[in-house]
Design a protein around this ligand. Structure first.
Ligand SMILES: [Ca+2]
Ligand SMILES: [Ca+2]
Length: 235
């Protein structure tokens, strides 16, 4: 090997060796929090989320601040609880579409053999619960007058952007509260935290079959101070 080749080999060893040292000195990211980038602030952690429990007879979808957050994974039976982690940002607008199981034409269920009843309840760990302070609008109703001999259902067009933060719900009625023994929730309801929440629906638990609900929450109802994360704010 020439002197020149020996010199190149020596340089290669030095460069390779320093690469190993550099890799060895890099901070590990698999355990422990990553160091904060200077000037950008903390990022939210999972501890900054709140647990949302939702039970619907029979189905729901739920938006928070105009974004779809939860959908009932079971359309009809069995009755289930959907439980998700939510990162609350205030003011917070919650919008829900809840559906009783009902034939679109007749408003009845089980092959038009009976009238089914609805019911909706929710609790968020920031203290937000369902109750008559929510707004409600029935958009599907039947059978009209409870007539099971000649059953017909009526439908209202679902308003555009009914789930959006800036939707005007002032013309909607107050939600109506129903006793737990009237709704008769199934077992999963009792296995989750709904303490302080009331079952709600539109005016008729049996004949209103699709109901929209809305609530604006200005600050955490439990009085806690929400954390803010400047890193999430767009400039
Ligand atoms: Ca019904
Ligand atoms: Ca039902």
């Amino acid at each position: 090997m020439s002197n020149r080749a020996l010199a190149l080999a020596a340089v290669a060893v030095v460069v390779f060796g320093s690469t190993i040292v550099t890799l060895a000195q890099r901070p590990r990211t698999s355990d422990g929090p990553r160091p904060q980038r200077p000037g950008r602030g903390a990022k939210p952690e999972i501890e900054d989320t709140k647990r949302l429990n939702v039970y619907a007879d029979n189905w729901f979808l739920l938006y928070i601040n105009s974004e779809l957050v939860a959908v009932d994974s079971i359309r009809f039976m069995p009755h289930n609880v959907i439980s998700v982690d939510v990162f609350p940002e205030y003011p917070m607008t919650i919008a829900v579409m809840a559906k009783d199981n009902a034939d679109t034409k007749t408003g009845m269920e089980y092959n038009n053999t009976q009238i089914g009843d609805g019911g909706f309840i929710l609790k968020l760990a920031d203290g937000t619960v369902t109750g008559k302070h929510w707004k409600a609008k029935s958009v599907s109703h039947g059978p009209i007058n409870g007539d099971t001999d000649n059953p017909h259902a009526v439908h209202e067009e679902i308003p555009d952007h009914w789930f959006a933060v800036d939707f005007d719900d002032r013309s909607w009625k107050a939600a109506k509260e129903y006793a737990e023994q009237t709704v008769r929730p199934k077992r999963p309801f009792y296995q989750h935290d709904f303490e302080g929440a009331k079952f709600i629906w539109a005016d008729d638990l049996e004949l209103d079959n699709t109901v929209l609900f809305r609530l604006r929450v200005d600050s955490p109802p439990d009085g806690s101070t929400p954390k803010t994360f400047p890193i999430l704010l767009s400039k």
